[in-house]
Ligand binder design. Structure first.
Ligand SMILES: Nc1ncnc2c1ncn2[C@@H]1O[C@H](COP(=O)(O)OP(=O)(O)O)[C@@H](O)[C@H]1O
Ligand SMILES: [Mg+2]
Length: 246
């Protein structure tokens, strides 16, 4: 089958200012005097794994362990400081809720805006429009500005757009936690449909049960490093044990 995603030795460094500087002027003075000190912070360190086409791959770990950073390097939003990421096909990245939306615009306008960001023409999105709105259950709200939507409504619209285009790789970061239970079930069903159509899915979720239901393989990140990579039951079992014991 081949791999849809290959992550080789990826490390990501963020530079954080170590000392507090009160003004731009002081910052500039220190900059020319070379008195600014940065603390190197590695959000990811030597992460390697690959995901086979059509697989559903889960990433677990505590807050701040580097899950979103990893998904951003895979989607091409961030370039890793070290290492290499390879992906094949169209990626639909749902990483920050509503990031692709202009909230002053209506849901209808945002469908076309988001479509164009993902590389789809107006005509192509027009064809999919009814299906998107129906799946998101927003028929009565298509001409309402997105800023008036609840976070659940935004998540429904984002997920509906991201999946109706049938991407080769779907990336879902915590989005499924926002909607209500019925919608979560619909999303899981749609992920399974995409999967049988050959889409590769990468999921980060607070719900370990959801990861266990959907994923074939799981990576456990701890302080940006790989703690464990393997079969879902095995990794989730140990992860639950470790987080329960504190
Ligand atoms: N742009 C950034 N600049 C500096 N630090 C960042 C940036 N993005 C994330 N971080 C830090 O990297 C670490 C990992 O963050 P993140 O990938 O969002 O973790 P997670 O999604 O697992 O909660 C955190 O300590 C976070 O504060
Ligand atoms: Mg995150």
């Amino acid at each position: 089958m081949g791999n849809a995603v290959e992550v080789s030795n990826v490390s990501m460094r963020f530079n954080m200012s170590k000392d507090k500087v009160d003004s731009i002027k002081e910052y500039m003075i220190r900059l020319v005097k070379r008195q600014l000190f940065f603390e190197e912070f590695w959000a990811l360190k030597e992460v390697s794994f690959s995901v086979e086409k059509g697989d559903v791959f889960g990433i677990v770990g505590l807050n701040g362990s580097g899950k979103s950073t990893l998904l951003k390097t895979i989607s091409g939003i961030l370039k890793p400081t070290e290492g290499r990421v390879y992906t094949e096909g169209v990626i639909s990245p749902m990483i920050e809720l509503g990031a692709g939306f202009d909230t002053d615009l209506t849901a209808r306008e945002n469908v076309f805006l988001n479509g164009s960001v993902l590389g789809f023409s107006r005509a192509q999105m027009k064809e999919k429009f009814d299906e998107i709105v129906e799946f998101a259950e927003l028929q009565e709200f298509v001409d309402v500005a997105v800023k008036n939507f609840s976070s659940g409504m935004v998540a429904r619209l984002a997920f509906s757009i991201a999946t109706v285009i049938k991407p080769d790789i779907l990336i879902v970061d915590e989005i499924l936690a926002v909607g209500d239970f019925l919608f979560q079930q619909k999303c899981e069903q749609r992920i399974q449909e995409l999967m049988s159509g050959g889409t590769t899915v990468l999921i980060v979720s607070h719900s370990i049960e959801q990861i266990e239901r959907l994923c074939h393989r799981v990576l456990w990140l701890e302080h940006g490093r790989m703690r464990m990579l393997g079969d879902t039951q095995e990794v989730c079992g140990l992860y639950k044990q470790a987080t329960r014991d504190g």
